[in-house]
Design a protein. Structure first.
Length: 105
C-alpha cells in the first residue's frame, strides 16, 4: 500500500508587497516610460493612483512589465498584442493550476 503525504505551504511573494513609482518600474523592467504608459492605457498594467505622478505599481506589475517587454522585443508584438498574450498566458496558468488541484483530490 502506498501512502501519500500532502503538505500545503502558504507563502507570500515579497515583490507583490512592493510599491514602485513609474520611474522605478521603468528602471526595473528596462522599459521606457512611454511604453509603460501605453501598457497602462491598454490595461496590461493597473497601477494605483490617479495620474502618472501618483501611480504605484505592485510586484505583480513588475512581473507583467518584464514579460510584456520580452513579448514586445522577442515577438515584436504591439501593445494590444501584448495585452492579449498576457491574458492568454494567465488563463493557461489558471487552467493548469486547476488541473493540478483536481489531480490532488
Amino acid at each position: 500500500m502506498i501512502q501519500t503525504n500532502i503538505t500545503i505551504f502558504q507563502t507570500s511573494v515579497v515583490e507583490e508587497e512592493v510599491h514602485m513609482t513609474i520611474v522605478e518600474l521603468c528602471q526595473a523592467a528596462s522599459t521606457p516610460t512611454d511604453e509603460i504608459m501605453s501598457w497602462v492605457a491598454e490595461g496590461v498594467l493597473s497601477p494605483a493612483g490617479s495620474s502618472p505622478e501618483d501611480w504605484r505599481f505592485s510586484g505583480n506589475s513588475l512581473r507583467r512589465a518584464r514579460l510584456a517587454a520580452s513579448l514586445t522585443k522577442d515577438l515584436e508584438l504591439n501593445t494590444p498584442g501584448v495585452a492579449l498574450a498576457l491574458d492568454l498566458l494567465e488563463e493557461i496558468a489558471e487552467l493548469r493550476s486547476r488541473m493540478q488541484r483536481s489531480n490532488l483530490l
